[in-house]
Structure formats: C-alpha cells, structure tokens
Design a protein around this ligand. Structure first.
Ligand SMILES: O=C(O)CCC(=O)C(=O)O
Length: 281
C-alpha cells in the first residue's frame, strides 16, 4: 500500500468516528461556540465593525497596572520581534480573553499566533507606508480573513501622537494598494483611543500610521493572529514546550500543537476532528 493510500484510508477511518461539519460559517458570522464569550465581553459591535469596515478598537483589554507593566517591558527592550518567550508579560497580553474572542471571530476557531512584536516611536518618527497585512497572499484575498493584527496602545492614540492610520472599507477591495493609492491615502482616518485599548484590523485593510509630532514615546505591542492553515511569521518551535507548560492548552493551540498540521511526525490523526471542524468555524 502506498503512503498516500495509507493516509487516506486512515483519514476515512478516523472521520467516521466524529461528527463532521459540512458547512462553513460565513465570514461575518459568530459561531455558537464563540457567542457566549462575545456577549460576555460586549464585543458584538466590534465584530460587526471589523467585518464591515475592516477595523475596530477594543478598549480596557487589561487592567491599567498590566498596561503599565507591558509598556515598561517594551521600553526596556526598545521594541523588537519574537517577544513571546522574552518575558511573561507577552504571553499574558496574547492570551487576553477579549483578544482571543476577537481573534476567533476574525481568523476562526483553532487560530494561531503569528507574530509578537513591539515598537517605540519617539517624536519625529515618520509614517510607515500604506499596506495590507496580507503581504504573503496574492490578490484577490480570500473571503475569509486570514490575519488579524492588533496594536496594543500602551499610550493614548491621537493623530498628532502618531496613531495608526486606516482607510475604512478598503478591506472590501481584497487587494494590495497600488503606488498611487499608497501616495494618496484617500479616505484615511486616525484611530484615536485611550491607553490599554487594542486597535485591530483584518489582513485586507489598508493602513499605516501618522507621523509622531508630540513629545515622548508611542509604545505599542503588535500582535498578529492567523488562521490555522496559514504559516506563521515567527517560529517559536524552540520555546514551545516551555510556553505550553507555563500557559496550558490555549498556548498549545496558538503554537499549532492542537491541530493536525505541520507536525514532525506527519499528519496528526488524533487531532483530525478538531482540525477539520475548526477550519470551517
Ligand atoms: O504602528 C502602527 O500604527 C501600524 C503598524 C502596522 O502597520 C502593523 O502592525 O501592521
């Protein structure tokens, strides 16, 4: 028997043992499994805005004390990438219940962590170029969102302070901006919000930031979640065992240990039900 036959025979055998979902949830729908969390945190309007306009802001994501701790650690490090295993404050941020609920809404059940980065922008920091985060996807972008990026605003977000710039509704174009559109930034607004908010957008939304004109630093954690079938930006493989031991099953999911894919021992048949069903939610 060839390897392919072995795989498909085994998959068929395993699939008879669970209730397979056949229908995929619509891109703007909240699943039955997720609805209690969305309602508990009062995130219905955020889900609606994210689906329609491509962006939203979730306020009071954590306590002011946590926000200060996060800000302090980012300043101490001077920003950077690959932060998930650098300090316990980052896993705590990534596992914030409100963020996890929005991530499941936007990039589906069983989603992964793609990137944990941070930036410190002093007065005079220029604007970054207009872009959609789906940089490794060809256009047209798929109907279902593949990436959710959250900028955790440790400080108040104002236009003069260099807040994130978004073009609401550009998400429906499902393509990258062209050079003229990058230069024109037509329809751009500033996301203004209090500290300890997370400004988030989908992978289709055209966005950048405004130049910082005010004194002091703009301190932000950039957290990106992705759909379970996507490759992640950052590879935490060498830290995964420790992170999972410290933070449990949710961290295992974020690091791809709770699905069938990308396993060094081949397809994980023990996770087939979860994977195939989560992919449709
Ligand atoms: O720094 C910002 O306000 C925007 C950052 C950004 O473009 C991103 O994280 O994709």
């Amino acid at each position: 028997m060839s390897e392919a036959e072995t795989f498909f025979d085994k998959a068929t055998e395993e699939r008879t043992d669970f209730q397979m979902l056949h229908e995929t949830l619509a891109p703007d729908a909240i699943s039955e499994e997720l609805r209690p969390a969305i309602e508990e945190f009062g995130l219905e309007d955020n889900c609606r805005q994210l689906a329609q306009e491509g962006w939203t802001v979730v306020e009071d994501v954590a306590s002011p004390e946590f926000n200060e701790r996060l800000r302090g650690k980012i300043q101490e490090l001077g920003g950077g990438n690959m932060l998930l295993a650098k300090d316990p404050v980052f896993p705590e941020a990534v596992l914030s219940p409100k963020l996890l609920a929005m991530a499941e809404f936007s990039v589906g059940r069983g989603f992964l962590i793609s990137q944990v980065a941070a930036s410190v922008r002093p007065k005079g920091s220029p604007s970054i170029g207009l872009h959609a985060d789906a940089n490794w996807l060809p256009a047209p972008f798929p109907a279902h969102n593949m990436l959710l990026t959250g900028c955790w605003a440790c400080d108040e977000y104002t236009k003069e302070g260099g807040a994130t710039l978004v073009i609401p509704g550009s998400n429906v174009l499902h393509r990258h901006p062209d050079p003229d559109e990058v230069a024109a930034k037509e329809g751009a607004i500033a996301i203004e919000c209090p500290p300890c908010s997370v400004a988030m957008w989908d992978g289709n939304l055209w966005h950048a930031n405004w130049p910082r004109e005010t004194e002091g630093d703009r301190v932000v954690a950039h957290i990106t979640y992705t759909r379970l079938m996507m490759r992640q930006i950052e590879d935490y493989g060498s830290n995964a065992d420790d992170l999972i031991e410290q933070h449990g099953e949710l961290m295992a999911q974020l690091l791809g240990r709770e699905d069938s894919l990308d396993s060094p021992t081949g397809f994980r048949f023990d996770k087939i039900a979860k994977t195939f069903n989560n992919a449709k939610l």
